[in-house]
Design a protein around this ligand. Structure first.
Ligand code: FAD
Ligand code: NDP
Length: 311
């Protein structure tokens, strides 16, 4: 059967696109993945606790509940959802060919890619036990939570995300310590400037995390000098990973144009990719914003542009 439109992904971008396309009677087929990119169906929000900045939920809502509601809303209007990961696509001719992990071929007139990105983690001792108990991979999302307020917080990384995270955390923390494995920042000059002179920000150069310490919440860090290999312990009230994201684009294998960080390139202000009839939405094409509401908005945009293309 030739599908009108296939959506790949399961986060706010994919489900917003699905809600719009199903309400337009286009009966989208959505592949939500099975532990694709290391995260279960529902995407990145399923690995966090309270979401306090998605409009409409003044009391906050758990990330898992928010995604379950979006999934229900997609299904309510006729989206067909399959819990399978897409491993290959052929976009060189129409209809497009999309392949599941089991090798099944699906043909479609249009495609929306909303496979998101995965925040990189350190894989150090203590991380699994204390995850979300003082460790976060998103300062903008979690920085204002009570467990981080008026504490000394550590930011790991030396790129723009780390600078942005540190600056954001200065609003809540008593002190922000940026721990970087080298003595030079990767961040752009303008982003560096904002924190280098900030009275609440300090830098610890040439150190990496060896272990995160604490019983039931983060209480400190064991650090290793990247110059001498020597270890030292410091007290800390929370730790924010800002070591980059990996967009989930491996399965595209050259089918769409990507930027140098492997994010899908879209025509400015649109969701149009390098192949006509293929649209991208959410974190997979946006390294800068990476927020649920932005992903949802771009899913809407992709759906409207896709509908226009199909009609
Ligand atoms: P994602 O949420 O990244 O979901 C994409 C999903 O698609 C993948 O996870 C996977 O399940 C599926 N998929 C991937 N590849 C395939 C494939 N090949 N086949 C099928 N399925 C596939 N934002 C906020 O606004 N507020 C917050 O409080 C907040 N907290 C956060 C806390 C944490 C710890 C993290 C990591 C992020 C947080 N964010 C928050 C950011 C937010 O989660 C993301 O910006 C948003 O989820 C991006 O949505 P998305 O639709 O682009 O895709
Ligand atoms: P980057 O890849 O630019 O930086 C990642 C940082 O994390 C680097 O400093 C890197 O160190 C460090 N790092 C990576 N792995 C580890 C590890 N295992 N242990 C310790 N440190 C580690 O990622 P960003 O997310 O910062 O930025 C991605 C893109 O998004 C960039 O193009 C950036 O410009 C853009 N961006 C722009 C913003 C803006 O302009 N407002 C805001 C946020 C992002 P090292 O330097 O040694 O490699």
């Amino acid at each position: 059967m030739l599908e009108s439109v296939v959506i790949i992904g399961s986060g706010p971008a994919a489900h917003t696109a699905a809600i719009y396309l199903s309400r337009a009677n286009l009966r989208p087929l959505l592949f939500e993945g099975f532990m694709a990119g290391g995260i279960g169906a529902g995407g990145q929000l399923t690995v966090t606790n309270d979401v306090e900045n998605f409009p409409g939920f003044p009391e906050a809502i758990s990330g898992a509940d928010l995604m379950e509601r979006m999934r229900l809303q997609s299904e309510k209007y006729g989206t067909r959802i399959r819990t399978e990961t897409i491993t290959k696509v052929n976009l060189t001719e129409k209809p497009f060919r999309i392949y599941t992990e089991a090798g099944e071929e699906i043909t479609a007139r249009a495609l929306i890619v909303a496979t998101g990105a995965t925040a990189k983690i350190l894989h150090v001792k203590g991380e699994e036990r204390l995850w979300q108990k003082g460790i976060s991979a998103c300062a903008v999302c979690d920085g204002a939570l009570p467990i981080y307020r008026n504490k000394e917080l550590a930011v790991i990384g030396g790129g723009d995300t780390a600078m942005e995270a540190a600056f954001h955390l200065t609003h809540f923390a008593s002190k922000v310590l940026i721990i970087h494995r080298r003595d030079k920042l990767r961040a752009s000059a303008v982003m560096q400037e904002r924190v280098l002179t900030h009275p609440k920000v300090e830098f610890l150069w040439n150190y990496e995390v060896d272990e995160i310490l604490g019983e039931n919440k983060v209480e400190g860090l064991r650090l290793r000098s990247t110059e001498t290999g020597l270890l030292k312990e410091i007290p800390i009230g929370g730790i924010f990973y800002s070591i980059g994201h990996k967009p989930n684009t491996g399965f595209l294998d050259g089918a769409l144009e990507l930027d140098r960080y492997d994010y899908i390139q879209v025509a400015p202000g649109t969701s149009r990719t390098s192949v006509e009839g293929v649209f991208a939405a959410g974190d997979v094409c946006d390294p800068l914003h990476q927020q649920a509401i932005v992903a949802a908005g771009s899913g809407c945009k992709a759906a409207l542009e896709c509908e226009d293309f199909l009609r």
